[in-house]
Design a binder for this molecule. Structure first.
Ligand code: 5AD
Ligand code: SF4
Length: 472
């Protein structure tokens, strides 16, 4: 037994605690926007409220309490939520007892505006204050407007057993850390989610073990920058408790991979400045760690990257891509790209396109730069790339990515892949869909196959987004 396995065997003797979200007397409708971290947080909120007599409902008209978990990453995300809140205001007029609350990233920024000026909501709770919701709801009952947007340096909700919402019973997220210390100049996250802190590895492995026991077949380890996960060691490398083991992200991933060979492990998001060869070596060692890395580049030009405070150059990024290809030759890579960042020239934009040509990403999330309040970019730089230039550059980036995604998928035609079946295809109920280790969606005729199992599929056709296949 290795040290880590021993530590787990000794300390993880608990059995799964099933939290009942369907029997409470009060009814909660929970709606989430934004990233996977937000959806994962909603599961923590549902768990806290289930312990306090709330059941989650699918129909908004049945609700006594509506909670909206919000996102601030781009202005568009905030506008979507605002429209929803206005809609809920109409529902409140019809039902005097209905309470509405805002959770998550918009809470801190818009608390007074939402509560006092626009009187849209009764409750505002930031990402580190979810334990306080039952108390705040009592205050609302007493006729007060309740708010807690304090950020914490410690809160990881490690002891809270998240209830799975809208689950397929097959794939699940596990939050391994919270907050972010990177201070990319465009990003609002350090302000909305606070300082970076890692969750106790024992509670992470235990959550993975419980999910495997309940029949889940895939977990995604979540953090703003998973590569800077660190337990029992300071940023400077000083061990905190000499009697306890030090765990970095590579160690953590290995511990989770050892829970069960039948449990796939994914993770998001990696950071090019922190992704080590050790992480890649662990990925190569375990068949159940999926061959897929989301490695946001943001820009292909080193000067722009410097202005974004990303902590790497184009050359450094390309070295990380080379390392991925060396250790995991069939690894799929995806990215995030921001176009039209402050002062971005045409030449710098061309460098983003040329980097895309060099890497040939399997997939990309592509955005126009959207200035966010409080960020360093807002304070230091001018958002000076005209909207129509941003749009044109984005179209060029999207078109190139479509071409690359199609090229990549075409290379998969004629080959066989092991996939985990996730469910019935939305377009055709006689077809199932699942994912390859590389995260590509494969659709195929159902036959006798059932969701939640692994099957081998022969791919015979594709689009830029999906592979089409037959069971072998
Ligand atoms: N404008 C546009 N895109 C942004 N992102 C983060 N902040 C902004 C912003 N202000 C994008 C980045 C990040 C992803 C989650 O969202 O590409 O990786
Ligand atoms: Fe997630 Fe960032 Fe949006 Fe918050 S602002 S929900 S952390 S993407």
């Amino acid at each position: 037994m290795t040290g880590k396995e021993k530590l787990l065997a000794e300390e993880l003797q608990g059995s799964p605690t099933v939290i009942d979200t369907k029997t409470g007397s009060k009814k909660l409708f929970l709606e989430s926007y934004g990233c996977a971290m937000n959806f994962s947080d909603s599961e923590i909120v549902a768990s806290i409220l289930a312990e306090n007599g709330y059941q989650t409902v699918d129909q908004i008209d049945d609700a006594d309490l509506i909670l909206v978990n919000t996102c601030s990453i781009r202005d568009k995300a905030e506008q979507t939520v605002r429209n929803r809140l206005n809609h809920f205001k109409g529902l409140k007029r019809k039902n005097q007892h209905l309470k509405v609350g805002v959770l998550g990233c918009m809470a801190e920024r818009l608390k007074s505006q939402l509560l006092e000026e626009e009187k849209l909501v009764d409750l505002v709770v930031g990402p580190d204050a979810y334990r306080d919701i039952p108390k705040l709801l009592d205050e609302v009952e007493e006729g007060q407007k309740a708010v807690n947007v304090l950020l914490s340096r410690e809160e990881t909700y490690a002891d809270i057993n998240p209830v799975k919402l809208n689950t397929n019973g097959i794939t699940a997220f596990i939050s391994i850390m919270r907050g972010c210390d990177n201070m990319c100049t465009f990003c609002v996250v350090p302000f909305t989610r606070g300082r970076e802190r890692s969750r106790d590895p024992k509670s992470i492995v235990e959550e993975a073990r419980q999910l495997a026991e309940q029949g889940y077949k895939e977990v995604t380890l979540l953090g703003q920058n998973v590569d800077s996960y660190r337990w029992n060691i300071t940023k400077k490398g000083e061990v905190i408790n000499p009697d306890e083991e030090v765990v970095n992200f590579a160690n953590l991933m290995e511990m989770v991979a050892q829970v069960s060979p039948d449990l796939r492990v994914r993770f998001s998001t990696s950071h090019p400045k922190d992704m080590t060869d050790e992480v890649l070596q662990v990925m190569a060692k375990y068949e159940n760690i999926c061959n897929y890395i989301h490695l946001p580049v943001q820009s292909g030009n080193s000067e722009v990257l410097k202005k974004m405070n990303r902590g790497y150059t184009r050359e450094w990024y390309m070295d990380r891509i080379a390392a991925i290809n060396k250790y995991i030759p069939d690894c799929a890579i995806s990215t995030d790209i921001i176009t039209g960042f402050c002062g971005e020239t045409e030449e710098q934009h061309q460098e983003t396109l040329s980097l895309m040509e060099q890497v040939k990403y399997d997939f990309a999330y592509m955005y126009k730069y959207s200035e966010r309040p409080k960020t360093l970019a807002e304070r230091k730089y001018e958002d000076d790339v005209p909207e129509e230039v941003k749009s044109r550059r984005l179209t060029e980036i999207v078109d190139l990515q479509m071409k690359h995604s199609l090229e990549r998928n075409k290379k998969m035609v004629g080959k066989d892949y092991k996939i985990l079946i996730e469910g019935v295809s939305k377009k055709n109920k006689d077809e199932l869909f699942g994912r390859t280790s590389q995260n590509t969606v494969v659709v195929f005729p159902k036959k006798d196959a059932v969701p939640g199992t692994y099957v081998n599929v022969h791919v015979h056709d594709c689009t830029a987004a999906t592979l089409k296949g037959e069971l072998i």
